[in-house]
Design a protein around this ligand. Structure first.
Ligand code: ZN
Length: 294
């Protein structure tokens, strides 16, 4: 039996709506509106891939009998939100989507969720989530962060099992797909929306996470043995600087806590001050766009 057909049927068994992509490509095999013959499925008006994507095994068998189509999963009708973590072009020194996404999750005080995950042909990743009840989410492109896009209504993803000239799409995990956590749903709101309508629960969570980091780094500094005191202080200031850059901790609070920690460890006031200043400046400069992972 044709592997792509088997895969397409497996996906529909999860309740996902699939449609054929041209063999070896990421483009829909179904005609576009401009080329619509107004017959068959379009007899009453053009229906695009999102409307024609199906879970009907007979239609899927008929379609994949014609050619070894790649598989598109229409995320909207499938009730999915897929986080698309891209890899920047080789010449670019921009961080990859996976690192950016990890930093976003960390900032919200959570690890990257465990869920069905696919490696894309270009080396990026797709993280699949079930859309929360009642939410009708749309695609986003670059509004969450650079190289972090989302696919929901109006979007589709190329399913594992498909292949393009750049390489195969491969599942990296079992099929269990997590419900999109509320905190992640909030993280994924465009930055502008976030500042207009801050979610107090998430803001509180971020602050708690920052506070925990502050006290644990301060304890480390105060307990650092002779010979490692300055390096420990330096690392702590760099680690906490991103919370200052993100607005989760005021700079003077971090400076005061680490200054006290450093002095408790036996460093002089001026040694602490100069180490702190340069490490914090570095970290704040490098975390302006919330891109850097830890
Ligand atoms: Zn049509």
């Amino acid at each position: 039996m044709n592997t792509l057909l088997t895969t397409a049927l497996d996906l529909t068994a999860r309740g996902w709506h699939v449609f054929p992509l041209r063999p070896g490509t990421k483009r829909p095999a179904l005609h576009g509106e401009a080329a619509c013959p107004r017959t068959g499925p379009c007899a009453e008006g053009h229906r695009k891939w999102e409307q024609r994507a199906t879970t009907d095994p007979d239609r899927i068998r008929a379609a994949w009998a014609k050619a070894p189509f790649n598989i598109g999963v229409a995320t909207g009708p499938s009730g999915l939100v897929v986080v698309d973590l891209d890899v920047p072009k080789e010449e670019s020194d921009a961080p990859c989507g996976a690192a950016t996404f990890k930093a976003l999750c960390e900032r919200a005080g959570h690890p990257v969720p465990t869920t069905y995950r696919v490696r894309t042909a270009s080396g990026g990743q797709h993280l699949y989530f079930t859309a929360p009840d009642g939410a009708r989410l749309s695609n986003t492109a670059g509004t969450v962060a650079a190289s972090v896009d989302t696919r929901a209504w109006g979007g589709y993803v190329v399913a594992a099992g498909s292949t393009t000239p750049a390489g195969p799409y491969e599942a990296l995990s079992g099929p269990e797909t997590a419900v999109l956590p509320t905190w992640l749903h909030n993280v994924m709101q465009p930055a502008a929306k976030r500042s207009q309508a801050p979610c107090t629960a998430v803001a509180g969570q971020k602050r708690r996470y920052a506070d925990v980091a502050l006290s644990s780094e301060t304890r480390n500094v105060a307990a650092a043995p002779v010979g490692e005191r300055e390096a420990t202080l330096f690392r702590a200031a760099r680690a906490l600087g991103r919370f200052v850059a993100w607005g989760d901790l005021p700079r003077h609070v971090v400076e005061q806590a680490l200054q006290e920690g450093g002095e408790a460890a036996g460093l002089t006031t001026s040694e602490c001050r100069s180490t702190l200043r340069s490490a914090l400046n570095w970290s704040i400069n490098h975390n302006q766009t919330r891109r850097a992972a830890a």
